[in-house]
Write a new protein. Sequence first.
Length: 310
Amino acid sequence: MTEPASIVAFERIAAAHWRGTEEEWLGDWLLRAAEGFTGRANSALPLGDPGLPPDEALDAVTRWYRDRELRPMIVIPTPTEPADPSTGPPVASQPTTGQPATGQSTTGQSTTGQSTTGQSTTGQSATDQSITGQPATGPFGMLDRQLTERGWQTRQGPAYVMVADLPLGTPAAALPPGREVRASAEPDDAWAARYHYRGQDYLPPVARKVLTSAPEQSFLSIRHGETVLAIARLSLALGWAGITAVEVNQHHRRQGLGAAITAIACEQALPHGLSQAFLQVDVGNTAARALYERLGFRYSHRYHYRIAPE
């Protein structure tokens, strides 16, 4: 289990990998906006004391997002408990009650072709039956309870943060003849056409700004001729490699391409001297979670979003 203090440190790192096009600090809370594209780029990240009493801080957050015609949203990271050997996955603290709300997800993680903030599902429920209904704990739990008292809803689709040491214990398998890996500092049109955030067929213009918001990133793909079979985004910031926007062409699934592109992305980080990688995956995406576990990723913590009343 990652301790709360470590979660704060990690979330500060992760925030540099997927940024809003507009950011502003409210004390130790990072306010981020990007015209509504992805949850992480359009939510407040509480990393400490906002420098104001709770009601005033929430009022300030609300005004900031309303001024940008966005619904106010706050991300709540929470610890996970050690895994139960009989069930495997870790047990995560659930948000305190608050009516679930639909909305956009996080940054773009999918091995099945339906990408979100990257996290997609494979037909499972957005919540995992192995997760208890216990309230979040620690400082994040206190904020979570305050939001519940003020009528903030819990958005559907909580996600796990998973981390791995590099190099991975399972190296990338050799690709069959005719397939090749391509990498570029900017997403070309073919890569962008394969990226379906939350299943969308069209990416807004701001998407490219968010995708290229890290200090350095590489857009990877496995291709057969001009056909894009799988994609991933590798970001490099603050000593970590971030893996997002993993997606496999729906016509080429069940060929190991999700594992291959993820392992390739991790290998691409090694020449930069990085020894740790992270990714985010929907709690309900059991297929992707199992894939990442096989590659050597382990659970760090999880997060969910709280959305202000209409």
